[in-house]
Design a binder for this molecule. Structure first.
Ligand code: FES
Length: 120
């Protein structure tokens, strides 16, 4: 999966871009009809939108629905794979986190509790 968009004037298939706007954690993000939610997020420059128990950022890893690194909540439905779910205009996406409250995501690695295993 590439975060780059194909410009309409360079699309050899002649597709017309139809914009879609989704809301991600309250912020509007614009993509193109046909993109996955992960595609919209990547094209908007977001490479991580979920945080594991260690506080490490997660986004797209496999891009084909196998690894579950890209989970988000879409329209109230949790654990939706962003790489598999096509973005629909008006979708409300909420990022998910499994970071314990005592882990600071800014200085993640230095503050990871010693009892946290390497779980994603
Ligand atoms: S990136 Fe692996 S399941 Fe979505």
């Amino acid at each position: 999966m590439t975060p780059r968009l194909i410009r309409a004037d360079q699309d050899v298939l002649g597709r017309n871009d139809r914009p879609v706007t989704i809301t991600v954690d309250g912020e509007p993000v614009t993509g193109v009809a046909g993109q996955s939610i992960a595609g919209v997020l990547l094209a908007a420059g977001r490479t991580a939108w979920r945080y594991g128990r260690t506080g490490a950022g997660r986004g797209v890893f496999c891009g084909i629905g196998v690894c579950f690194d890209c989970l988000v909540t879409v329209d109230g439905v949790p654990d939706v794979r962003a790489c598999r779910r096509r973005a629909r205009d008006g979708d409300t996406v909420t990022t998910q986190t499994r970071v314990p409250s005592d882990v600071d995501t800014v200085t993640t690695q230095a503050r990871v509790p010693s009892d946290v295993d390497g779980e994603r």
